[in-house]
Design a binder for this molecule. Structure first.
Ligand code: IDP
Ligand code: MG
Length: 136
């Protein structure tokens, strides 16, 4: 399995609840490397662009309002099979279906406010890393 780079982001609920360190620790203690890190706030137009694949879905407006509501911490995570491993550490989108011990199972209480984002494919990872870190 090749070394991959993926994008992950602590969403505003994770930042607000003091879970930045928790998320970083889980990646690092699993042997993944944080190779870029940036705290910022995404205005709604940027969040709409970031989540463009979900445009038109019933939860889109709520998702955009939530992710634009406060600071986020974006990061590049590197390692063997990093895309799948980050998603395994995060847990399922719906926290009720997430495997116990995952970030979302332990900390999320709503489907939308689920603490973290992680790229779902090599194409998404490349696009999201460029979106967040391109030009910096
Ligand atoms: P993912 O974050 O696990 O990749 P996606 O399907 O890409 O999940 O959805 C993006 C984000 O949109 C989710 O993390 C969650 O915050 C929100 N979301 C997804 N599905 C729903 C839903 O059915 N209701 C409300 N919010 C949702
Ligand atoms: Mg997704």
């Amino acid at each position: 399995m090749a070394i991959e780079r993926t994008f992950s982001m602590v969403k505003p609920d994770g930042v607000d609840r003091g879970l930045i360190g928790e998320v970083l620790r889980r990646y690092e203690s699993n042997g993944l490397k944080i190779s870029a890190l940036r705290m910022t706030r995404l205005v709604p137009g940027r969040t709409q662009e970031f989540y463009g694949m979900h445009r038109g879905k019933p939860f889109f407006d709520e998702l955009v309002a939530f992710v634009s509501s406060g600071p986020v911490v974006g990061m590049v995570v590197e390692g063997e099979d990093a895309i799948r491993r980050v998603r395994d550490i995060m847990g399922a989108t719906n926290y009720k279906q997430a495997i116990p011990g995952t970030i979302r199972a332990e900390f999320a209480r709503e489907i939308t406010r689920n603490i973290v984002h992680g790229s779902d494919s090599p194409e998404s990872a490349a696009r999201e890393i460029e979106f967040f870190f391109g030009g910096t």
